[in-house]
Design a protein around this ligand. Structure first.
Ligand code: GTP
Length: 366
C-alpha cells in the first residue's frame, strides 16, 4: 500500500488575513481547496492512505473531508503544539498502516504547487535504494533560498544556508518540498521535540553518509506561501500553465455557476469568481481570486488580488496585489497602494484612499 503524509500544520502567517480563519491548505485555488488538488494528484499516483499532519485549526481538516467518499483512507495526526516539519513527519508516521522498514513514504508540504510526476520520483527512489529522495527545483535567483548541491549521480552533497555572495551560489537547486523517505529513516526522527527536516534531519543524514538523493526537475513549481504566489498559482491552474486532476480544461477564467457577471465585465488571466459573487458592469478582474458572496461594483479594477468571502468592493475602486480579508467593505473610488493587506471586517469609506494625485475636494466647510 502506497502511503503519504501531507504537512498542513503551519500557521500560514505570510497569507494573513486569509489564514486567520482558514488554514493555508484549505484556501480555495482554481475552484477547490488546495489540499483537494494535492489529494487528487496523490490518488492519481496510486496513493491509498494519506496522513494529514495538522496543528493550526486542525478540526477544519476533518470538517473538509467528513463526507469524502473516494477510494482513499485519510488519517489525522494532530499536534497540540506544532512540532516543526521533522517532528510533524515523525508524529504522523505513527498512523501509517505499516509496510516494511524499507517501504517508501511520500511526504508533501501542504503549500507547493508542482508538476512533479510522483510515480517517477518513487521509481527513482527505489532504483537508487535511497534513504531519502528530495525533489529539487531550479530557481533563477538562488539568493533567497537554502541550496542543495548534488554530485553527478544526484547524491546530495550538503544543505547550504542562503548564499550571501555570488561565490556562495554553487548551485541553483533548492528543496522543492516533496520527499520520499525510507520508513525506517522516518521512524528515527526524534519524537519528543520540535525538529526541522530542512535544518536538522537532512543535514544530519548527509553528514552520517546516508543515501540522500536529489531528484531535480524543470517542471512547473511554485510555493504558494505569499499572497502574490498564491493568486498566481491559482491563475496558473485555471489557464493550464499548472495542471491538476481537478481542473478539466484550461480556461481564461473559472466562474462559479451561481455567480453573476455583467456582460460588460472582463474576467481574465485565470481569475476565479466564487459562488454567488456579483461582478458589475465594466469591472475588470484580472489574475485574481474573488471568493464567495463578494460584490464588485461598476468599473472597479482588481488585478493580482484576492478578495475573501462576503466582502464588497465599491464602484471605480482599484486594487493591485491586494489581499482583502473577509467581510470587508471598500467604498467607491478608492485607489489602494499595491501589496496592502486589509483586515477582515475593515471598512474604508468612499474616496478614502488614493495613490495618484487626483484626491477629491475637501468635504469639510472651512
Ligand atoms: P508561514 O507562517 O507563512 O511561513 O507559513 P507556514 O506556517 O505554512 O510555514 P512554511 O511555509 O514554512 O511551512 C511549510 C509546510 O510545512 C506547510 O505545508 C506547513 O503547513 C507545514 N508546517 C510548518 N510547520 C509545521 C508544524 O509545526 N507542524 C505541521 N504539522 N506542519 C507544519
Amino acid at each position: 500500500m502506497q502511503e503519504a503524509i501531507i504537512l498542513v500544520g503551519g500557521k500560514g502567517t505570510r497569507l494573513r488575513p486569509l489564514t486567520n480563519h482558514t488554514p493555508k491548505p484549505l484556501l480555495g485555488v482554481a475552484g477547490s481547496s488546495f489540499i483537494r488538488h494535492q489529494i487528487a494528484k496523490l490518488m492519481d499516483a496510486g496513493v491509498e492512505h494519506v496522513v494529514f499532519a495538522t496543528s493550526y485549526l486542525a478540526g477544519l481538516f476533518e470538517d473538509e473531508f467528513k463526507d469524502f467518499s473516494q477510494n482513499l483512507e485519510i488519517s489525522y495526526a494532530v499536534e497540540e503544539v506544532p512540532l516543526g516539519t521533522g517532528g510533524a513527519i515523525r508524529n504522523a508516521a505513527r498512523l501509517l498502516r505499516g509496510g516494511s522498514a524499507d517501504a517508501p513514504v511520500l511526504v508533501l508540504n501542504g503549500d507547493i504547487l508542482s508538476g512533479l510526476d510522483l510515480r517517477e520520483v518513487l521509481e527513482r527512489h527505489r532504483a537508487r535504494d535511497a534513504d531519502v529522495t528530495l525533489h529539487l527545483t531550479r530557481v533563477a535567483d538562488p539568493r533567497a533560498f537554502g541550496l542543495v548541491p548534488t554530485d553527478g549521480s544526484g547524491r546530495v552533497l550538503s544543505f547550504l544556508e542562503k548564499p550571501k555572495t555570488a561565490e556562495e551560489c554553487v548551485t541553483d537547486q533548492i528543496n522543492a518540498g516533496c520527499y520520499v523517505f525510507r520508513r525506517s529513516v522516518l521512524d528515527a526522527i526524534p519524537a519528543d521535540r520540535e525538529v526541522s527536516v530542512e535544518q536538522e534531519t537532512f543535514p544530519q543524514l548527509v553528514a552520517e553518509g546516508s543515501r540522500v538523493f536529489g531528484h531535480t526537475t524543470d517542471d512547473y513549481w511554485r510555493d504558494l506561501g505569499t499572497p502574490l504566489a498564491f493568486v498566481h498559482g491559482s491563475a496558473d491552474l485555471v489557464t493550464g500553465r499548472a495542471t491538476s486532476p481537478l481542473v478539466a480544461q484550461p480556461a481564461e477564467a473559472l466562474i462559479h455557476p451561481t455567480a453573476t457577471v455583467d456582460p460588460t465585465a472582463r474576467v481574465t488571466g485565470g481569475s476565479t469568481v466564487g459562488p454567488r459573487a456579483v461582478i458589475g458592469p465594466r469591472v475588470v478582474v484580472d489574475r485574481s481570486i474573488v471568493a464567495a458572496d463578494v460584490t464588485v461594483d461598476e468599473g472597479a479594477l482588481i488585478h493580482d488580488s484576492v478578495v475573501d468571502h462576503d466582502s464588497a468592493i465599491g464602484s471605480g475602486t482599484v486594487l493591485r496585489e491586494t489581499v482583502v480579508g473577509c467581510h470587508a467593505h471598500i467604498g467607491a473610488d478608492n485607489e489602494l497602494p499595491p501589496q496592502l493587506r486589509l483586515s477582515c471586517g475593515i471598512r474604508i469609506p468612499a474616496q478614502g484612499v488614493r495613490v495618484s494625485g487626483s484626491a477629491v475636494a475637501c468635504p469639510s466647510v472651512h
